[in-house]
Design a protein around this ligand. Structure first.
Ligand code: BES
Ligand code: ZN
Length: 457
């Protein structure tokens, strides 16, 4: 057994306990009530890094603090930036959690808690991986930098601001990110693409108060009906978004990439069975993987208005609203999509209501190149830890800052997800496989050793 393997084995229980400690901190970035927890989570991350051969800093921002750490230069070896996030998504609906979201529980080989896979468990693999190399080899084989933020789940605005003036400080040869999924339970993946996002809230206001739906119905524009009409007008039955200009900049799928997607061992029936549906609709002319990874989409994320209580209440609601997003593909600009939406809204707004649009975060989609020695090193490390060589795939989710890493820092980006599609990310009973947690640590340690072999002049 190698030194590293021995170390991983001897420390496996401690690693799990550390993850549990991290998961107990309710660091929900979207909820201002959790501001103190955000600082606590940042401090927790910083304290893990401080015990290694790193200088660390908690950097305050207009939003949630950044954790930054770096080790000394290793002559001739690359500089590697580990990026991740300590913030988590809200936990509602709380009643659907089998155990409370911030009391990590072991079930069926998983650790169940908000943030288990997204992203605390995955971030921690890259802290413990480096710790393991340091303990076993007595030194870090590369210069390491860590940048762990608290606003990924709300759009990464403060990190964006920080990088605008601190690019030199975080300069690196490659960025390592584990904030995604394997291809399937047994098949690891290296991702080379992420979708972008443009997120909005719409508020439809009608009369100055709720009205009797018998006395007034038919003579007054109904805000809830209007909202439904507007949302339904955004996309047609063939899954095409109808906002003028929406597809103008879309990077089309090449025939080669379509063939590559089609050759992946994707079990569509299982994909649908897992989520309890028997079929689906989507953009006509595209396969499920193409729809998920490489085509832009529209989704309503939340919708409200009118009476929601027991029984029936005959009321014409004064207002209604919804939250919705477009997932974008490379070349589409979130700002352009927002402008197109704003311009189009008056066309679908009838007399008798006013429509207000609130813009939330936006991020462009990204594709990163695979022909790099860093990707080859990552493939070897993943194979070493997961026992199978990775497939190359894209992801439907978004990590807003990746475009900046790639375009501004000009760094290679390694997207190595250790999660699974059925991890309940952003929903109740989020989980992370403990086997994959340990494999992730092992892969991270091996990756650093592999990257240390790459000679930088
Ligand atoms: N870990 C996800 C991104 C992700 C999801 C990658 C699925 C691969 C597969 C990340 O934490 C996330 O949820 N990002 C948000 C960003 C948004 C709030 C700007 C997302 O995609 O909704
Ligand atoms: Zn997330």
């Amino acid at each position: 057994m190698t030194h590293i393997d021995q170390y991983l084995k001897d420390n496996a229980d401690r690693f799990e306990e550390q993850l549990c400690d991290f998961l107990r901190i309710p660091s929900i970035s979207a909820d201002p009530a959790h501001k103190p927890d955000m600082l606590q989570a940042a401090q927790w991350v910083e304290s893990q890094l401080r015990h290694m051969d790193l200088t660390t800093e908690i950097i305050p921002t207009a939003g949630h603090p950044l954790v930054y750490a770096e080790s000394p230069e290793v002559p001739g070896a690359p500089t590697v930036l580990v990026y991740g996030h300590y913030d988590v998504q809200p936990v509602e609906p709380l009643e659907l959690w089998i155990t409370p979201p911030f009391e990590p529980a072991r079930r069926d080989g998983n650790l169940v808690a908000r943030g288990a896979t997204d992203d605390k468990g995955q971030v921690l693999t890259h802290i413990l991986g480096a710790q393991s190399v340091l303990a076993a080899d007595g030194r870090l084989p590369v210069r390491l930098k860590y940048l762990i933020e608290g606003e990924e789940e709300v759009g990464s605005a403060s990190l964006e601001t920080f990088l605008a003036t601190n690019a030199a400080r975080v300069a690196c040869d490659c960025v390592v990110i584990s904030d995604g999924c394997k291809f399937s339970r047994e098949i690891p993946a290296i991702n080379y693409g992420l979708r972008g996002i443009a997120y909005f809230e719409i508020r439809v206001q009608g009369p100055n108060r709720d009205l009797h739906s018998g006395s007034f119905g038919g003579s007054v524009t109904n805000p809830a009906t209007t909202l439904a009409r507007i949302l339904a007008a955004i996309v047609d039955r063939r899954g095409k978004v109808l906002i003028p200009g929406f597809y103008d900049d879309v990077l089309p799928l090449s025939e080669r990439e379509r063939r590559q997607f089609a050759a992946l061992p994707f079990d569509e029936a299982q994909y649908f069975a897992d989520i309890g549906v028997t079929g689906a609709t989507g953009e006509e002319g595209y396969t499920t993987l193409e729809r998920r990874w490489a085509r832009p989409t529209f989704d309503v994320c939340g919708i409200w208005g009118g009476y929601q209580g027991e029984g029936a209440k005959t009321v014409l609601p004064a207002k209604a609203g919804a939250k919705f997003s477009f997932r974008l593909v490379p070349n589409q600009s979130p700002a352009k999509i927002a402008a197109a939406l704003k311009q189009w809204l008056p066309d679908v707004t009838p007399p008798g209501v006013t429509v207000e649009l609130i813009e939330f975060h936006g991020a462009p989609g990204v594709i990163v190149p695979l022909d790099s020695p860093y990707v080859e090193a990552a493939a070897r490390a993943v194979e070493h830890a997961f026992g199978r060589s990775p497939v190359y795939s894209r992801e439907g989710g978004s990590i807003p800052i990746v475009t900046t890493f790639y375009e501004t820092l000009k760094a290679d980006v390694l997207l190595l997800g250790w999660g699974q599609d059925d991890d309940n990310t952003h929903s109740p009973n989020e989980k992370f496989s403990l086997v994959d947690f340990h494999r992730g640590i092992k892969a991270s340690a091996r990756l650093l050793q592999e990257l240390g072999q790459i000679h930088k002049g």
